[in-house]
Design a protein. Structure first.
Length: 207
């Protein structure tokens, strides 16, 4: 489905909650209220808006594989709450950086979900959005791999524009993390591009 077709679909469809099916919103208030924030593990500081289960899991699946771009606003709002909570607690963040898809996968999907999420967070928090990372290798989708294979699959997968993040406190944005391998490699690329600190914010943590 082309980008134009996705946009037309979003306009013409009556939104139904991806979690419970109720009409009126892509992800309803009742399903959002079921999400409980999760601290990231594995050495990288940050937050997930909830566990990768139940309505949230269903919403992410439809967002990534069902072409329902309208979910970006709802899921991005959940992420924005977590970013805003850290900002209110004195955490310094200078820029939002989406963890990108490879350009071929983004083209086949019609959009890059992390970029859409980060744009929503930027609009709600006032933080600038920096598309500073690029994915070098396509690789197999992480969801197809076991934990042992995920780190090798993404090792060296990202590169940052030289000095594009110099001295910035960076907040990575992505949809789901399981082992943290993708976030760790993206964080390494951000640091190589000059970031002085890196945190991560994801919609869901798959435990």
């Amino acid at each position: 489905m082309t980008l134009f077709a996705h946009a037309v679909r979003d306009v013409l469809l009556v939104p139904r909650c991806a979690g419970c099916g109720e009409p009126g919103a892509w992800f309803c208030v009742a399903c959002r209220d079921l999400c409980e924030p999760v601290a990231l593990a594995g050495g990288l500081r940050g937050r997930g808006a909830g566990a990768h289960a139940g309505p949230l899991r269903a919403a992410i699946h439809r967002f990534k594989y069902g072409g329902e771009r309208g979910l970006a606003e709802e899921l991005g709002a959940l992420l924005a709450l977590e970013v805003a909570r850290d900002l209110a607690q004195g955490v310094v963040l200078d820029a939002l950086v989406p963890v990108p898809l490879h350009r071929s996968r983004a083209a086949s999907r019609g959009y890059d979900q992390a970029t859409l999420l980060a744009a929503v967070v930027a609009s709600r928090t006032g933080l600038p959005l920096r598309g500073a990372l690029r994915r070098l290798r396509h690789g197999r989708p992480q969801v197809e791999l076991d934990r042992a294979a995920r780190a090798a699959n993404v090792r060296g997968a990202f590169i940052g524009e030289a000095a594009s993040l110099r001295r910035l406190a960076v907040a990575l944005v992505d949809d789901v993390t399981t082992t943290g391998a993708t976030l760790a490699d993206a964080a390494a690329a951000a640091r190589a591009a000059g970031a002085r600190s890196v945190r991560a914010y994801v919609v869901a943590v798959d435990e």
